[in-house]
Design a protein around this ligand. Structure first.
Ligand SMILES: [Zn+2]
Length: 220
């Protein structure tokens, strides 16, 4: 039984016989995901990718699976179809169209932080373990329920965004994901925008915000 934290369930994702035929054909090529525009099945592959994207956006309420950025209505300049086990690694290429290995992320998380990294995988050779939450150090887009590890809050007013990623006590995945995707950077950037006058160094210090508030309150 596969771990699955969202609805509709992974097992409800269905491919038609024609789609399976196309996937089988392109998986035999070097770059099954990025077939050339002149490939006879280019249009079919694009349609399959779009179908996968819609399914995963629905499961995550249109949010990035790693930083919870809202992606509803966003174009391809913002959205990446994310392969958890990277399709660039030959051993993982057969999983290029496998629904449990896919998710939807923002460009920042995928391009700047996840890239082709595989160090978040505990056992990269045990195919049975691939479908288990325990085999991943980060919050998996399909096998882990994000909110059980990190609570994301965001307030937005008049063009400023302040967000907070609260890691739940005892969740190693929360700490790992927070570091891996530099979620602190999103908190700081948002805070900077909202509090333009405050220097970044002040914010980065442990407890600096609380200290500043106390100092202001007591005139120290
Ligand atoms: Zn993201």
């Amino acid at each position: 039984m596969m771990d699955d934290a969202y609805t509709p369930a992974l097992v409800e994702f269905e491919l038609t016989a024609d789609e399976i035929t196309v996937i089988t054909l392109v998986l035999a090529t070097a770059k099954p995901w990025d077939v050339k525009t002149n490939h006879p099945h280019y249009t079919d592959v694009q349609a399959i990718k779009k179908k996968i994207e819609g399914f995963h956006l629905n499961r995550h309420n249109n949010q990035c699976c790693y930083c919870r950025r809202f992606l509803g209505g966003a174009g391809h300049f913002m959205i990446d179809r994310e392969h958890v086990l990277p399709k660039s690694v030959p051993a993982y290429r057969p999983l290029t169209f496998t629904i449990w290995n896919l998710g939807i992320s923002c460009k920042r998380c995928n391009m700047e932080y996840k890239k082709e990294r595989v160090d978040f995988v505990i056992d990269g050779a045990d195919e049975e373990a691939f479908q288990k939450s325990d085999n991943y150090r980060l919050i998996h887009p399909n096998f882990d329920n994000y909110v059980e590890h990190i609570s994301h809050s965001m307030t937005q007013a008049d063009g400023t965004i302040v967000q907070k990623f609260t890691r739940h006590a005892g969740s190693e995945k929360a700490e790992y994901t927070y570091e891996f995707f530099n979620l602190r950077g999103l908190e700081v950037d948002g805070f900077d925008e909202a509090q333009g006058a405050i220097e970044k160094e002040e914010i980065l210090g442990e407890g600096a915000i609380e200290a500043r508030a106390l100092a202001e309150r007591f005139g120290q």
